[in-house]
Design a protein around this ligand. Structure first.
Ligand SMILES: Cc1ncc(C[n+]2csc(CCOP(=O)(O)OP(=O)(O)O)c2C)c(N)n1
Ligand code: SF4
Length: 297
């Protein structure tokens, strides 16, 4: 078992730099820190999405690691293919890692991910969830939350943003009986780093789902991304949890939650919401937490 990492003792080496992500991009922060845990022996696969678009700009390649862009639907399939290739080349402990956005994971890449987990080979899949298809102009994904305005779920007088709810992607993955799965947020970096380390140590497939604010798509200041990543956990709209040895565990289970309105009001994508919408969002949160407390605690 490796030493427990945190933001103070993590390496100062950089594996992802010189990219063209927007200021305050949560995905790029997650990716940068994840690579500090995984090291330069990790072989990366990324589909189309912001992180591929901002980092493979020849000749300014932003990855120190070996990294490949995959067809959109096949990140997990390519990742396990890379792992098999590394084994064939005689690597003793090959480390193949897929990184994809929420659209590339929960919608377009879900079949390949399901198949790869089912095969049971060692690989890591990291979903950086900014709650929409950002690279192509902020379209709704299966992980866009209720009420959020996107270019395909605009806010109007009758329908105020997205009318669907976020897919339970972490639980969908856990339902495969995966070796290790976890949720994380860029607002709780020590927790996130630790979970990536656990995924690295896992003896089979693992999945980390990281909440990663996007100032450009969310209509907020670039300086508040990390703060939003903390606020969303403290108000219960996102949860920090793990699935390991067939069991769920919640890492934070506060007695009371912060109100959701201050979090929502900091973001342009929610600015149209009315009092009744906010009440609805709180009641969805409460139902989710009732389930979590009854089943995972
Ligand atoms: C098969 C296929 N469909 C659509 C696209 C267009 N496309 C490129 S990036 C992107 C958005 C990706 O969104 P997401 O996976 O959420 O990642 P983000 O950009 O938000 O990081 C889309 C739809 C594509 N490249 N290939
Ligand atoms: S649009 Fe959002 S996810 Fe894409 S690079 Fe900018 S901040 Fe990051």
């Amino acid at each position: 078992m490796s030493q427990k990492l945190n933001v103070r003792n993590i390496t100062e080496n950089e594996y992802f730099y010189g990219h063209k992500a927007c200021g305050g991009c949560g995905e790029s922060l997650a990716l940068r820190l994840a690579l500090k845990v995984l090291g330069d022996e990790a072989y990366l696969s990324l589909p189309a999405g912001c992180m591929a678009a901002v980092s493979f700009i020849y000749p300014n390649m932003a990855f120190k690691n070996n990294a490949i862009i995959t067809p959109f639907a096949s990140t997990a399939a390519v990742t396990t293919g890379v792992e098999a290739g590394l084994r064939a080349l005689g690597k003793k402990k090959p480390l193949a890692v897929g990184f994809a956005g929420d659209g590339g994971t929960a919608d377009i890449g879900i079949q390949a991910l399901s198949g790869a987990i089912d095969r049971g080979e060692k690989f890591i899949y990291i979903c950086t969830d900014n709650e929409a298809y950002m690279n192509t102009g902020i379209q709704k994904s299966g992980l866009t939350p209720f009420g959020a305005a996107t270019t395909t779920t605009p806010a109007g007088r009758e329908i105020r943003g997205n009318i669907n709810f976020k897919k339970n992607m972490f639980e969908i993955v856990a339902a495969h009986g995966i070796t290790y799965a976890a949720t994380a947020s860029i607002g709780y970096l020590d927790d996130m780093i630790n979970k990536i380390q656990k995924a690295k140590d896992a003896d089979g497939p693992s999945y980390i789902h990281i909440y990663a604010p996007c100032p450009t798509g969310w209509g907020c200041g670039s300086e508040i991304s990390v703060d939003l990543g903390k606020q969303v956990v403290d108000n219960g709209l996102w949860y920090l949890a793990e699935y390991e040895n067939g069991e769920f565990k919640v890492n934070r289970n506060p007695d009371t939650f912060e109100p959701v309105a201050p979090y929502l009001k900091r973001q342009g994508r929610f600015k149209h919401l009315e009092e009744s919408d906010i009440t609805m969002i709180e009641s969805i949160r409460d139902q989710k937490w009732e389930y979590i407390r009854n089943n995972w605690v």
